[in-house]
Ligand binder design. Structure first.
Ligand code: PMP
Length: 558
């Protein structure tokens, strides 16, 4: 049996020796982006230190070197996915840009009102929204393959949806939020039988298993460098040359032309026709290095190890009462998605972060799938080959401790009457008196218990604040005093404890004030004073700002 030398492997990733919030970093957010080995970092540095020049155009020493390295990376990608030609590899910013390119170039020039585009309910927004836009532009219809109870693509529904009208089948190779690996080869074969063009979103596949685009016979395959140990800002669109040759350019400018004149312009050959402007040269070279790194590993041992991590995680997860795993059936990539009843995933995610454990919470850019599952999000742990069994056990030990501590401090948030909202100055003072962010954070969580009861009849769609990871309701009343001045009273509720706590701060700050007073106030200063902007995660900060924006909009137009 082959094995990985994990100690040695981990040494190759400098960031894995770092700490987070004072604890050794445990990185379980690999589906969002992977860490980078020294080899990749060095390749980028070396390019800038020794070879930096623009590619293809200039005729000097450095430019020749840069061009050679840049084109070498293209052929490394070609071999990595077994494409027939290196000109079938188009550099893009990432999966998102690759899909937009296909939708706008291929889709826009080939689709018409009677045509159908088939995607699945488990797609990332990057493989939904570009198709919605091109459907709108061309009059084509978007159809959606549902998933079964096992969260796998419903292949019998696929058979029904697949007709001679289907012009494009665009599905993911592996799901980023639930891990399902789809039977793309079989589905492509079926799609070909009705003459459909096929696109595979490989963003979650490339880091986990070997890809052979000739074997699966897709027309397009897309992925991002940063999810396979390479740099951000570089990605790949693979397309069969017979498709790419017949597609119009998407973006225009330098490099993609053959000849420009005001009488007419002709376009460059592949792959340059689709690479307008100066490309991400260091990114491509870094991605080439990432491929060399992946190829230096024993791929069977890698898959075995990742499967083992997932199996351990599932076992530990199943031992936690009230933990609700999103159902998975093999094959899947190495991740698991779950919720713990009584808690919002983002609260648990933040508490794990305080222990140095990085996980992802939210809808993972798969809102339609979350709606189908009846969830507003999950907590996702996604593993890579550099994670260890000890890390998985440590992650779940911490999770168990967090839940035990929550039980003793109490997780219920019995509402109290509105009059008991704390005075904002006293509240600020007591929060500032907390020793360190950790205890201030706990105080904010506890504060959620003082959130006044939210009016049940206003718990409706129109009162939901968009832009928050959790569900947040906000409503208001206004009172006219004898002097005819209006004052506003807001009510907020959320299914995330941290948002309940933050809402107490907002309500204490705003309630009872006049609209003009609200508009001229600056709550951001308070956020800064309390360290919220610095310490809350970006998604929490976005949520807080979305609530604040809604309050300001109401004050603007009470
Ligand atoms: N598709 C899938 C399945 C993904 O997981 C992601 C990234 N989460 C994307 C597309 C978009 O990738 P990028 O942001 O790198 O363009």
């Amino acid at each position: 049996m082959s094995t990985l030398n994990l100690n040695q492997l981990r040494q190759a990733f400098p960031i894995l020796q770092e700490t987070a919030n004072g604890h050794p970093l445990v990185y379980f957010d690999n589906a969002a982006t992977t860490q980078k080995p020294t080899l990749v970092i060095d390749a980028i540095n070396q390019y800038y230190q020794q070879h930096n020049a623009n590619v293809h155009r200039a005729s000097h020493f450095l430019s020749t070197q840069a061009t050679e390295q840049f084109e070498l990376a293209r052929s490394q990608v070609q071999h990595f996915i077994n494409a027939r030609h290196s000109h079938e590899i188009i550099w893009t910013k990432g999966t998102t840009e690759s899909i937009n390119l296909i939708a706008q170039s291929y889709g826009r020039s080939n689709l018409s009102p009677d045509d159908e585009i088939l995607v699945s309910v488990m797609e990332h927004h990057a493989n939904i929204v570009p198709w919605q836009i091109v459907a709108e532009q061309t009059g084509a219809t978007l159809k959606v393959i549902p998933v079964t109870q096992d969260n796998q693509l419903d292949l019998s529904a696929f058979e029904t949806l697949l007709t001679h009208k289907t012009k494009v089948l665009a599905i993911c190779h592996a799901s980023n939020s639930i891990g399902t690996i789809n039977p793309v080869k079989e589905m492509i074969k079926r799609a070909k039988s009705v003459g459909a063009t096929t696109l595979i979103d490989g963003a979650q596949a490339v880091a986990h298993f070997a890809i052979d685009v000739q074997d699966i016979d897709c027309d397009f395959y897309c992925f991002s460098g940063h999810k396979m140990f390479g740099p951000t800002g570089i990605g790949v669109l693979y397309g069969k040359s017979e498709y790419l040759n017949n597609m119009p350019p998407w973006q225009a400018g330098g490099e993609m032309i053959e000849r420009v004149s005001f009488d007419g312009t002709t376009f460059n050959r592949l792959p340059f026709k689709f690479e307008a402007g100066t490309p991400n040269i260091s990114g491509a070279i870094g991605l080439g290095a990432a491929i060399r790194f992946i190829q230096s590993l024993d791929s069977d041992a890698r898959v075995q190890h990742e499967d083992n991590l997932r199996a351990i995680a599932i076992k530990r997860a199943c031992a936690i009462p009230n933990l609700e795993l999103v159902r998975q059936v093999q094959p899947t990539v190495s991740l698991l998605s779950f919720n713990i009843s009584g808690y919002h995933a983002s609260d648990i995610g933040m508490l794990l972060d305080k222990q140095g454990i990085a996980v992802r919470t939210g809808h993972h850019c798969t809102m339609p799938l979350m709606q189908h599952l009846g969830l507003d999000g999950t907590l996702r742990m996604s593993f890579s080959f550099y994670n260890t069994e000890a890390e998985v056990h440590h992650g779940f030990d911490c999770l168990e401790k967090i839940l035990a501590a929550e039980k003793t401090t109490g997780n219920d948030s019995t509402p109290v009457p509105v009059s008991t909202l704390p005075d904002i100055n006293a509240l600020t003072e007591s929060l500032l008196a907390a020793r360190g962010w950790e205890s201030r954070y706990r105080m904010i969580m506890q504060l959620g218990k003082q959130l006044p009861a939210y009016p049940e009849h206003l718990r409706s769609e129109q009162h939901i604040v968009p832009g928050c990871d959790s569900t947040v309701w906000l409503s208001h009343t206004q009172s006219n005093s004898a002097s005819e001045t209006i004052t506003l009273e807001f009510s907020i509720d959320s299914n995330a404890r941290i948002i309940k706590g933050l809402s107490v701060i907002l309500l204490s700050y705003y309630n009872g004030r006049q609209p003009e007073d609200i508009l001229s106030s600056n709550v951001e200063t308070l956020f800064d004073t309390l360290g919220l902007s610095k310490h809350l995660s970006p998604s929490r900060n976005n949520g807080l700002h979305a609530i604040n924006q809604r309050i300001l909009a109401i004050a603007q137009n009470p």
